[in-house]
Design a protein around this ligand. Sequence first.
Ligand SMILES: *[C@@H]1O[C@H](CO)[C@@H](O)[C@H](O)[C@H]1NC(C)=O
Ligand SMILES: *[C@@H]1O[C@H](CO)[C@@H](O)[C@H](O)[C@H]1NC(C)=O
Ligand SMILES: *[C@@H]1O[C@H](CO)[C@@H](O)[C@H](O)[C@H]1NC(C)=O
Ligand SMILES: *[C@@H]1O[C@H](CO)[C@@H](O)[C@H](O)[C@H]1NC(C)=O
Length: 288
Amino acid sequence: MATTTAAAYGALIASLLLLLVAGAAADDGAALLEVKKSFRNVGNVLYDWSGDDHCSWRGVLCDNVTFAVAALNLSGLNLEGEISPAVGALKSLVSIDLKSNGLTGQIPDEIGDCSSIKTLDLSFNNLDGDIPFSVSKLKHLETLILKNNQLVGAIPSTLSQLPNLKTLDLAQNKLSGEIPRLIYWNEVLQYLGLRGNQLEGILSPDMCQLTGLWYFDVKNNSLTGEIPDTIGNCTSFQVLDLSYNRLTGSIPFNIGFLQVATLSLQGNKFTGPIPSVIGLMQALAVLI
Ligand SMILES: *[C@@H]1O[C@H](CO)[C@@H](O)[C@H](O)[C@H]1NC(C)=O
Ligand SMILES: *[C@@H]1O[C@H](CO)[C@@H](O)[C@H](O)[C@H]1NC(C)=O
Ligand SMILES: *[C@@H]1O[C@H](CO)[C@@H](O)[C@H](O)[C@H]1NC(C)=O
Ligand SMILES: *[C@@H]1O[C@H](CO)[C@@H](O)[C@H](O)[C@H]1NC(C)=O
């Protein structure tokens, strides 16, 4: 008797779970249709976005088991229009790639609700406005690529709270203010691309706390002050590009201790002699 009841309950719970899963998946389909509404120029490229089976729609990848949307890849489709706040309803998204379209408007705050996301690539669009603070809620985020847009404002210092962030590429925007010092205390970060913005302030002595970093590029900003003496401790750096800023003072001699493949310092306002140790570097390219 007891076992029959248990079995009945088991069956009931199983069917409830199935209903929940099916419900969640159906919601994802509705959310995708909302997202589509904010895009323009979709006629030719998202024509199959209709009907029930959203997992078969172009650029949509679903989880095999739950049928929830796990990845959205609409890169290089000439999409215009905006990124809908409805994207925040896609809770199971692990990856969003909208690279190389003509998207405008702001990055919606609701992007911070995509709590499973690991990769967010919105590069090569015309997005403007600030980088939303809500991005800092994405604790699984590993790759954030927003380069080649029209983003303004400061780099949110709260990005330093992302424990898994390996790649941060914000190059070729209109970001201003200082590079948040807390960013330098991220031991997981491997790639920091800030080239071609309007960043000011000094290079922090903390920059060599980035013990996992190999790529450091702040070319073509408005950074001032001297290269910190701690530079010799940036031993993991492979690419160090400080060129085309307003850096002054003398080039610290211990920069020659770096094991970098590329070192670019040209286009600054350095004074004093070039440290002779630089001539001994094994680097492939040294530009002073
Ligand atoms: C989903 O199915 C595809 C194709 O059969 C397979 O390659 C992939 O590993 C599966 N993913 C998961 C999470 O089971
Ligand atoms: C998206 O699709 C493009 C073209 O197929 C591919 O090159 C790119 O790696 C994909 N993006 C992701 C995040 O998988
Ligand atoms: C620096 O950025 C400006 C504005 O984007 C651009 O016009 C200029 O060519 C860049 N300079 C270098 C040296 O990259
Ligand atoms: C470089 O790192 C070593 C070991 O962590 C430390 O003792 C030293 O003070 C650092 N040098 C500079 C110039 O920061």
